[in-house]
Design a protein around this ligand. Structure first.
Ligand SMILES: [Zn+2]
Length: 76
């Protein structure tokens, strides 16, 4: 049972994204809002965080770590 939980936690962490404003790790499913910027989907823990991002996107966009293994098949 413990190993099952560990496996679940591992998978869960792989889906976590980082709020570029407050740098908190959140699960996309529980994000308060999202935005698209330069081909990336950004998730925010709260609406104030998104508002801050929209006000000055370049400042926060640079803080986002770039993952090497993201596939870019979904262009919607
Ligand atoms: Zn936030």
């Amino acid at each position: 049972m413990v190993s099952l939980f560990a496996e679940y936690a591992k998978n869960y962490e792989e889906y976590l994204v980082r709020d570029p404003v407050c740098r908190m790790h959140i699960h996309p499913e529980y994000a308060a809002d999202l935005d698209f910027y330069k081909g990336r989907i950004l998730y925010f823990c709260s609406f104030p965080c998104k508002e801050k991002f929209v006000a000055d996107p370049e400042k926060y966009f640079l803080e986002i770590p770039v993952k090497g293994n993201e596939n870019k098949q979904s262009s919607e």
